[in-house]
Design a protein around this ligand. Structure first.
Ligand code: FAD
Length: 369
């Protein structure tokens, strides 16, 4: 007799915010599912800002209390130098929903995974997806760790693998990069304590993002085009020069020692269509957002929530559920693109700059098509 131990109604690949939001939604709807996550224990990821308007979603997902944990801090607002030499402040104090959250991202990922584990549903942590075959009646996913290879069988598979969209790649579905923005990230210790707000400052070759990390420690990110990033041996000088080119940040962040840096894609990308016969993509796997929007984590949770409902409805015979999901997420992505263009359009100080001319050109051609 066939062994049903690894047979599920839905397999979710990826145990980040999107995957866990999908999984807890499916569990709540009575769907027998499992999560496959490549890392044995959560890893620290880039991105920590949750704006106030995410609070209703966190509440609906039942995870507002996780964000209110004292490991995370209050996000009071932004200081931004963008479009002019002036430093503008946006405070959330006046926001009807109050301030947002600056997450301890590692703790947040752990909290989310623990929430899912408490449902007693299956969690293959430390297993990487190796192969997906989509047949007429079922999806077969092969996963492996150092010690074993497991074959999972299911009616449906959810791609929650982040920017790489690994499930889609296995199924031959390509993700399109709309631009070539990359982030160079590093942490530095400062000699004085810094306020709980985020600073953003544009320069000729990109823009800086500085967020509090710990007492006297900040996470710094410089966003630029992939083609403008110098060779490894010149990277620190490049970053020090870019910091010197700022009007405001260079006054508060001085004499820093840049130790290790990470370089990662940080542009906008999307799938042509976020679902197929027996698969659906959520979070960054479906749509990846420019971090200037502070939209990635919220959108990952939202698409996990709505994607989870769509998959449950589909498995209960409602064929149209996946199309409804597509309608909602595609429209949200179009709205994001329009806001993004408007935001980049504000910056006109460096009309000859490769960074600024490139950004507007690629996005405008995308929304025109
Ligand atoms: C530099 C930078 C700054 C950012 N700042 C912010 C910010 O301030 N605010 C904000 O809201 N967003 C921010 N973001 C975006 C945010 O971090 C992402 O949008 C969010 O992590 C997406 O969640 P996800 O669950 O879709 O993907 P991820 O968090 O990437 O999770 C995907 C998971 O899938 C697993 N996985 C991948 N491949 C496989 C495989 N083959 N098999 C098994 N498991 C696999 C991974 O291990 C990972 O845990 C930032 C992003 C970057 C790059």
């Amino acid at each position: 007799m066939e062994n049903d131990k690894h047979r599920y109604q839905a397999i979710i690949v990826g145990g980040g915010p999107a995957g866990i939001a999908t999984a807890i939604t499916l569990c709540a709807k009575g769907i027998h599912c499992c999560v496959v996550e490549a890392h044995k224990t959560p890893i620290r990821k880039s991105g920590e800002a949750i704006p106030p308007n995410a609070k209703p979603l966190l509440k609906q997902l039942g995870i507002l209390s996780l964000a209110e944990n004292k490991k995370h801090t209050v996000y009071y607002g932004n200081k931004s130098c963008w479009g002019s030499d002036r430093l503008e402040e946006k405070e959330f104090i006046a926001d009807r929903l109050g301030p947002g959250f600056l997450l301890d991202r590692l703790h947040f990922e752990t909290q989310l995974q623990n929430l899912y584990k408490n449902t007693n549903a299956s969690f293959y942590s430390g297993f990487k997806l190796k192969k997906v075959v989509s047949g007429e009646k079922e999806v077969i996913a092969t996963i492996e760790n150092d010690a074993e290879t497991i074959t999972l069988k299911s009616s449906f598979i959810v791609d929650a693998t982040g920017r790489k969209a690994s499930v889609c790649r296995h199924l031959g579905v390509q993700k399109e990069n709309l631009d070539t923005q990359f982030a160079i990230t590093f942490n530095v210790k400062l000699s004085s304590e810094i306020p709980h707000e985020i600073s953003v400052e544009a320069t000729e070759n990109g823009w800086w993002y500085v967020a509090p990390f710990a007492k006297n420690e900040v996470t710094m990110m410089f966003f630029t085009l992939k083609e403008l990033i110098p060779a490894k041996e010149n990277l620190k000088t490049f970053l020090q020069d870019e910091l010197q080119n700022t009007i405001h940040l260079s006054k508060t962040i001085q004499n820093i020692e840049i130790e290790s840096t990470k370089i990662m894609p940080a542009g906008t990308s999307c799938l042509q269509i976020p679902f197929g016969k027996n698969w659906l993509a959520v979070g960054d796997a479906a749509y990846s957002f420019d971090p200037i929007s502070s939209y990635g984590i919220t959108s990952a949770l939202a698409s996990g929530f709505y994607g989870g409902h769509a998959v449950a409805d589909f498995l209960h015979g409602k064929q149209e559920a996946l199309d409804v999901y597509r309608y909602v997420v595609e429209n949200a992505f179009q709205a994001y693109l329009h806001k993004l263009i408007a935001h980049y359009d504000l910056e006109k100080r460096w009309e000859q700059s490769q960074y600024w001319t490139n950004r507007l050109a690629v996005f405008k051609s995308e929304t025109a098509s």
